[in-house]
Design a protein around this ligand. Structure first.
Ligand SMILES: *Cc1c(COP(=O)(O)O)cnc(C)c1O
Length: 396
């Protein structure tokens, strides 16, 4: 089997699993307990916080553990919005291609009377800092722009956006779930006020993530109860998962350059191979994209059928994001970069892992080429294109 859906989730590394195990049976104390056994748990939790902070260029006090990327996004956006509203600022800037954890939170805020500007992401799937600058108003309380897109892999100029926001005194949040462990993060240098990450996207466990919030940024609690996480997130800490996350992030960050170089070469080999399929096109910028992301649209194809046939050939791939598959709506990201509906339905995302081989890349190229040809030969829609009854969107 070739697992090419690393944007959906990743396999845990042996080291991350090993880092967790002692906390299930040996050091299972509650970090809030006063006896030494509980204090050992507390010390290890704080040590993990320190190690994670240092991977991000943050202070340990700025690291809040959450249940994952979605919760971190929700808390960051809700906090900034409500503290903005207290000062009469109810305008938020974001993009049309954010993860649903961001977009649905913004929808909620719209119902509470906030105004949301979604910036155009253009055909290449990238917003510019200049566009952010032009959208900022007197009443803007938050800019939230993702670091890297989960579907098409495009990388946003977060450092430049951060500089603009800092200059204008507007809070800047970035959903860095796809970036963490894969792209350099330095919250101070990049002027990031809040950042979300999730361990299961970099070979850590599911159900654990981080909200980085710069000192001085007011946070509101989504989960009320005990005083854990400086009173900002109640609930007994998921210590084992935190330990696994810290280990996975350290490994990812220390191997980042080497992994990126190797994966970029593999990615480009895959893109080159799929580019040879007629009437298909790469989605998103060719250069400013995650080292592991390949995303194509093919004319005359149903994404779902493509996935099922690739599954038969032992390839785990995705069409759009894991969250929208299962629904018949085309991906909002592909629509945001201007793909027409009929083409957006025929999308394929292959997100490769660090250990992918050249043989696997070549096998994927051959398999996708075969399956696209097979499906087109059966498709009445494709016949219309061939007969000239319908017009092609892409060139050959
Ligand atoms: C996966 C993902 C999330 C959600 O993270 P969870 O930990 O699964 O809640 C949010 N944003 C992006 C960009 C993602 O890829």
């Amino acid at each position: 089997m070739i697992y090419a859906d690393n944007a959906a989730t990743t396999k845990m590394s042996r080291e991350a699993v090993a880092a967790m195990l002692p906390y299930f049976e040996e050091y299972y104390g509650n970090p809030s307990s006063l006896y030494a056994f509980g204090q050992k748990a507390k010390e290890d939790l704080e040590d993990a916080r320190k190690r994670i902070a240092s991977c991000l260029g943050a202070d340990p006090r700025e690291i809040l553990f959450t249940s994952g990327g979605s919760e971190a996004d929700n808390q960051a956006i809700m906090s900034a919005a409500h503290s903005g509203a207290a000062k009469g600022k109810k305008h938020i800037i974001s993009t049309a291609m954010e993860h649903h954890a961001v977009l649905h939170t913004l929808d909620k805020l719209k119902k509470q009377g906030f105004e949301v500007t979604l910036l155009d992401v253009h055909e290449n799937g990238i917003v510019t800092a200049e566009e952010v600058r032009n959208a900022i108003r007197e009443d803007t309380c938050l800019v939230t722009v993702m670091y890297a897109n989960n579907e098409i892999g495009t990388i946003q100029p977060v450092g430049e956006i951060g500089a603009v926001c800092r200059e204008r005194g507007v809070l800047f949040h970035t959903d860095a779930v796809q970036a963490a462990g894969h792209l350099p993060i330095d919250v101070k240098a990049q002027n990031i006020d809040m950042l979300s990450l999730s361990a299961h996207k970099f070979h850590g466990p599911k159900g654990i993530g981080v909200l980085y919030a710069r000192r001085g940024v007011l946070l509101e609690t989504l989960i009320s109860g005990g005083a854990q996480e400086r009173g900002k997130r109640a609930g007994t800490e998921n210590l084992a998962a935190v330990m696994g996350m810290a280990k996975a992030l350290e490994i990812a960050c220390s191997n980042m350059e080497r992994n990126a170089e190797r994966m970029t070469a593999m990615r480009d080999r895959l893109i080159e191979g799929l580019d040879r399929i007629p009437y298909g096109e790469l989605n998103g910028d060719r250069v400013h994209r995650l080292p592991g992301n390949v995303n194509f649209c093919f004319e005359g194809i149903e994404g779902e059928s493509l996935l099922l046939l690739l599954d038969d050939k032992g390839i785990c791939a995705s069409s759009g994001s894991a969250c929208t598959s299962g629904s018949l709506d085309p991906s909002h990201v592909l629509l945001a970069i201007g793909r027409p509906h009929e083409v957006a339905h025929g999308s394929l995302r292959l997100s490769i892992g660090e250990d992918v081989t050249e043989e696997e890349i070549d096998y994927m190229i051959a398999a996708v080429t075969d399956v696209v040809t097979y499906l087109r030969n059966m498709s009445p829609f494709w016949r219309d294109l061939v007969n000239g009854k319908r017009r092609h969107v892409f060139s050959e």
